[in-house]
Design a binder for this molecule. Structure first.
Ligand code: KG4
Ligand code: ZN
Length: 388
């Protein structure tokens, strides 16, 4: 049977990630053998700014991609030195043009890549969007340069499709597989930049039925964390201190809970926390914990209620939760409980925590379901790329 090997690159935000997978089979069950999977987080760099600083993110991606690729090829047993290449002009100039905005990356590329053998891969996948455009461009240009030197096709991947498919990766007897047949599925995508409900009727069929009108839920977690004096990223911090909180001490709004659509709004909830905190003055640890819990409960309530309503309306057979906020224990447990209380069976797919936040394995998975571009030279970052 035909194996396909994909090398995937992710640089849409503050994680630089590269993975290599070998896939086999067809939906509803595709075997995924992970040959290598590496993620470098920039969290410590962005912490000082209380959020992701795009130009810093870009610089870090450019600085770390080549060493990360070398490590990933080594992990996969694919790193072989060759004496074959010396890149001279005019070819050198072509790579210089592709990487013209990333001189440091070009320098590393031209020093290292020509000296290694073309690895036994079939395609190079790269996140095309959505995300921070300066950050996306670094990965895209790197993928273009690799595709040119290795003569491989490029598969442009939607980052949110990665978040939506990652939860379907499951352990099997023989390793891991992306397996699912419970369609229609309702996808709840919750990350730092997105809050969306997606109707997935079948493989590759996506329709966004609702989205946030202002802040993403992860963004709200991050902003509330800042109000409470907690470091970036705020999601895990809020969840941690909320464990010591007392329920019912503070009352917060549940924005758009009863609106007839599937849209969300989290800006007002964040502002409500800000005003409460101001009124309280200097916060004690107990007050912080109680506020964190009140916020987490309000956010989770809205997410779960709207997801359940979508399940009813579309008669969904499964719910798929993806994106960084899917790591949140209260969200996972509340959703599990709510689905259990329904009479009919609805499957719940939630990623392992390492697959919740940004990674390149999910990009490889989505790439398997995506066609290569026939014109990678003209591939552009799509910061606001919508699914479907
Ligand atoms: O998917 P992701 O890694 O990056 C984006 O594509 O945005 O999501 C990052 C977001 C951040 O806002 C972070 O605070 C949030 O996910 N997050 C969490 C948790 N872990 C990460 N939010 C709530 N609870 C968590 N345990
Ligand atoms: Zn993400």
């Amino acid at each position: 049977m035909h194996h396909m090997r994909i090398l995937a690159i992710e640089t849409s935000c503050d994680e630089t990630a590269i993975s290599i997978v070998e896939t086999e089979g067809n939906p509803p069950s595709v075997a995924f053998r992970v040959l290598a999977d590496n993620t470098l987080t920039q969290i410590d760099i962005h912490k000082a700014y209380g959020g992701v600083f795009p130009m810093l993110a870009k610089r870090e991606h450019a600085r770390t991609l080549v060493p990360l690729l070398v490590k990933t090829l080594t992990d996969a047993g694919m790193l072989r030195k060759t004496s074959r290449h010396v890149i001279e002009s005019p070819l050198r100039k072509e790579f210089e043009d592709i990487l013209e905005r990333e001189p440091e990356l070009f320098g590393q590329f031209i020093d290292v890549i020509p000296e290694i053998d073309t690895p036994p891969i079939d395609a190079i996948a790269v996140t095309q969007g959505p995300g921070l455009e300066p950050a996306l461009w670094v990965g895209i240009n790197f993928a273009k340069a690799l595709a040119m030197i290795w003569k491989k096709p490029v598969i442009p991947v939607n980052h949110m499709e990665g978040h939506l498919l990652a939860p379907l990766l499951k352990k099997t007897e023989h390793g891991t597989a992306v397996a699912h047949d419970a369609f229609p599925a309702i996808g709840l995508l919750v990350s730092g930049g997105h809050t969306e409900l997606v109707l997935m009727d079948d493989w590759r069929s996506y329709k966004v039925i609702g989205a946030t009108r202002d802040d993403a839920v992860g963004e709200a977690f991050d902003k509330v964390a800042r109000v409470l004096g907690l470091p970036y990223p705020g999601g895990p911090e809020i969840a941690r201190i909320a464990q010591d909180g007392h329920s019912g001490v503070y009352t917060l709004p549940r924005p758009m809970l009863h609106s007839p659509d599937y849209d969300f709004s989290f800006a007002g909830l964040k502002t409500a926390v800000l005003y409460l905190a101001r009124d309280l003055g200097t916060l004690t640890e107990t007050q912080k914990a109680d506020l964190a819990l009140a916020f987490e409960e309000a956010a989770v309530d809205v997410l779960v209620a709207k997801t359940l309503r979508a399940v009813e309306e579309y008669q969904a057979h499964s719910v798929i939760v993806g994106g960084g906020v899917s790591a949140n224990t209260r969200l996972r447990e509340t959703l599990r409980q709510a689905l259990r209380e329904r009479s009919s069976d609805v499957e719940l797919a939630i990623p392992e925590r390492t697959l919740s936040t940004d990674n390149a394995l999910m990009i490889a998975i989505a790439a398997y379901f995506t066609s290569p571009t026939d014109d990678f030279a003209n591939l552009r970052a799509r910061g606001n790329w919508k699914l479907g």
